[in-house]
Design a protein around this ligand. Structure first.
Ligand code: MG
Length: 408
């Protein structure tokens, strides 16, 4: 079987009759609808084919210049149908995702779901359930809402299925789903997104700008795509994101902590009490893993270090479980506008064997920091008898953490 490849068919040849001016020429948060759609398919599609009119050709060329994947420009036709056909004929992919550039808020999950359905069933029509009561204006008769779906784009198809339908279809159709259905193609629907709106009238503009400004605070392309062989994008190379935008969204930090081993103390790491003849010495419970993780997180947020937040001169912290400090640190990080992404760590200890306690440590830290345990990594290394850790003088922990800025 042929390797699956994906072509995004981006439609930007319409006349925007309901808008009064060409909506493709507008800018939202500094970007044109075509640029936003090219970005949405980045790392998902192997190429994009943009259908343009004479009015939109120039901005499509501008978007293509900065696209991190191949982009072809084709002339659209008199109708949407002709434009789709011109673009699909120019497409190299085995799957084509037909997308209306007026839906420039499309999210990557909607695209991926549509492609997955196309890969499995031949077609995937992004759709959302209808929330409103819908009735006929003339008779007042209400439609059964449970049976209704509002169609969006992308509408993805195996290219051979779509071309075959185009060769058979007679007449004009609202969209490609309608056209395919008229030729007997069984439709499959994938879950769209209520925010995948179509820019239609001038009244839509403020809402689009609002949603895009919220997204530029939060969104960061990520995740795998089953329907595409393309590598995921390196978002820092994405020309539509400035370095300042990236650093505001995604930040990393490091932390390191060493505590002496001493007799008569408990050995606590990641909130787990580990049976051993020596324990870690410190003002709190001396949980070096929790401390290094806290420092990595504070570092990612540039919020100082653990000593500033929880000074060892403070009697309130004597003997305290460091998981409580972790919980408090996480609260301070969140109130500063950050979301914790993940933590990785490595414990350097000659003895005892720590691996049996790994899962318990991950679960404790996950609960304390308020993240899923799959986002917490705890690793171990022995120093082969070298250095202070090798001589059982101390245990050292190093940690790295990533956070996202979710609020400016
Ligand atoms: Mg410490």
């Amino acid at each position: 079987m042929d390797k699956t490849t994906v072509s995004a068919i981006l439609l930007a040849a319409g006349s925007s009759s309901r808008m009064g001016e060409n909506k493709m020429l507008m800018h939202f948060c500094g970007r044109t609808p075509i640029e936003l759609c090219v970005e949405a398919f980045c790392g998902i599609a192997d190429e994009a084919v943009i259908a343009v009119s004479p009015d939109t050709e120039e901005i499509a060329l501008a978007a293509a210049k900065f696209a991190p994947y191949p982009v072809k420009i084709v002339r659209g036709g008199e109708t949407r149908q002709e434009s789709v056909l011109n673009a699909v004929r120019a497409a190299a992919g085995t799957i084509v995702a037909v997308h209306d550039c007026a839906r420039c808020l499309v999210d990557r999950e909607t695209i991926k779901a549509s492609l997955r359905a196309a890969e499995q069933h031949g077609c995937g029509i992004a759709s959302v359930p209808v929330a409103d009561t819908v009735r006929f204006g003339d008779t007042g008769e209400t439609l059964d809402r449970s049976r209704l779906l509002a169609a969006q784009t992308p509408q993805s198809f195996r290219k051979d299925i779509l071309l075959n339908a185009y060769s058979k279809a007679v007449g004009s159709f609202t969209d490609d789903a309608d056209l395919c259905r008229s030729t007997g193609v069984q439709l499959h629907f994938s879950l769209g997104n209520k925010q995948n709106l179509k820019l239609t009238t001038r009244d839509d503009i403020p809402y689009f700008e609002f949603l895009l400004s919220k997204r530029s605070e939060r969104n960061f392309p990520s995740g795998n795509v089953s329907a595409s062989s393309a590598a995921e994008p390196h978002s820092v190379n994405n020309p539509t994101l400035s370095t300042a935008e990236v650093s505001n969204m995604f930040r990393i930090g490091i932390g390191e902590d060493t505590h002496r081993l001493a007799a008569g103390r408990k050995l606590i790491l990641g909130g787990v009490e580990i049976p051993f003849e020596l324990g870690l010495l410190g003002h709190s419970d001396a949980d070096a893993l929790a401390h290094a993780a806290i420092d990595a997180l504070l570092g990612a947020c540039a919020l100082g270090d653990i000593g500033q937040h929880f000074p060892d001169s403070d009697e309130a912290f004597r003997g305290i479980s460091s998981l409580l400090l972790a919980k408090e640190a996480a609260a301070r990080i969140r109130s500063a506008g950050f979301e914790i992404v993940n933590i990785d760590s490595v414990i350097t200890a000659q003895k005892p064997k720590l691996a049996p306690f790994r899962e318990a440590m991950r679960i404790n830290l996950a609960k304390a920091f308020g993240v899923p345990s799959e986002n917490i990594s705890v690793k171990f290394t022995t120093p082969e008898g070298t250095g202070p850790e090798g001589n059982l003088e101390c245990i050292t922990v190093r940690a790295a953490a990533a956070v996202r800025k979710v609020r400016i």
